[in-house]
Design a protein around this ligand. Structure first.
Ligand code: SF4
Ligand code: SF4
Length: 89
């Protein structure tokens, strides 16, 4: 059986990856408004679709609650957990 050791677990950091599709986003900002941690903000740059998309201004604050992903009417944002090894063992 493979078990992760306490030390290995301590060395594993997880962070959230927030992905926004500029092809699908219509710039409604629902995700920005409903994020409970105020992770997202509205970009000042137009996409080629002519909208101001969200971007993760404070990605380190993301808890992975998925509210933004679930509330988006256009399936334009998704969140994934990224495991990282802080110190290779
Ligand atoms: S909720 Fe979806 S469509 Fe609206 S701004 Fe956010 S990513 Fe774009
Ligand atoms: S997953 Fe939750 S905390 Fe992270 S950006 Fe989306 S709404 Fe905000």
């Amino acid at each position: 059986m493979h078990r992760i050791s306490e030390q290995m677990r301590d060395n594993m950091k997880s962070k959230m990856g927030i992905h926004i599709s500029h092809d699908y986003c219509k710039g409604c900002s629902l995700c920005v408004s409903f994020c409970p941690k105020k992770v997202l903000d509205v970009s000042q740059e137009l996409t080629r679709m002519g909208v101001y998309p969200p971007f993760p201004r404070h990605p380190e604050k993301c808890t992975g609650c998925m509210i933004c992903q679930n509330i988006c009417p256009d399936f334009a944002i998704y969140v994934e957990e990224i495991k990282e090894t802080a110190h290779p063992v």
